[in-house]
Design a protein around this ligand. Structure first.
Ligand code: HEC
Length: 105
C-alpha cells in the first residue's frame, strides 16, 4: 500500500527514505516490540506472563546474546513471545537487530 503510494506521489515517501538504518531499526522496534519491551527496551510488566518481557538494555543480556542468538529468538519466538521476526523483511530484521544491540550502549 505504501509502495503504491510512493510510485504515485514520490514526495509522500521522502520522509521514509531519509531515515538512516538505525532510525529504521528504531521504527521497527517501536512498531513491533515496544508494546511488550517498552519504548526504552527495559520491558513492561504484562499481566498473566509467567516470564516478563526481557530487559534488553542490560549488560547481562547484551553480553550473553550475539547477533545470531537475537536473530534466532526473533525467528523462533521465546516463551510468550511470538516469532515476530518471520513477519519482517530480511533488511528490516537486520536493522532491528542492530537497534536491539544499540540498546545496551
Ligand atoms: C507480546 C509481547 C512481546 C512482543 C511484542 C515482543 N516480545 Fe520479546 N519477549 C517477550 C517475553 C515475554 C520474553 C521472555 C520470554 C521468556 O524468556 O520466556 C521476551 C524475550 C525476548 C528476548 C530474549 C531475551 C533473553 O534474555 O533471552 C529478546 C531478544 C526479545 N524478546 C526481543 C524482542 C524484539 C526485538 C521484539 C520485536 C520484534 C520483541 N521481543 C517483541 C514478549 C514480547
Amino acid at each position: 500500500m505504501t509502495i503504491g503510494l510512493c510510485l504515485v506521489i514520490a514526495s509522500a515517501c521522502k520522509g521514509q527514505s531519509d531515515l538512516s538504518p538505525s532510525q529504521r531499526g528504531e521504527r521497527t522496534f517501536m512498531r513491533n516490540c515496544a508494546s511488550c519491551h517498552g519504548a526504552d527496551g527495559k520491558g513492561l510488566p504484562i499481566p498473566g506472563y509467567q516470564v516478563p518481557p526481557a530487559d534488553l538494555t542490560t549488560a547481562q543480556f547484551q553480553s550473553t546474546h550475539d547477533d545470531a542468538a537475537i536473530r534466532s529468538i526473533l525467528m523462533n519466538g521465546k516463551g510468550a513471545m511470538p516469532p515476530l521476526g518471520k513477519l519482517l523483511p530480511p533488511s528490516e530484521l537486520d536493522e532491528l537487530i542492530m537497534y536491539v544491540r544499540s540498546l545496551g550502549r
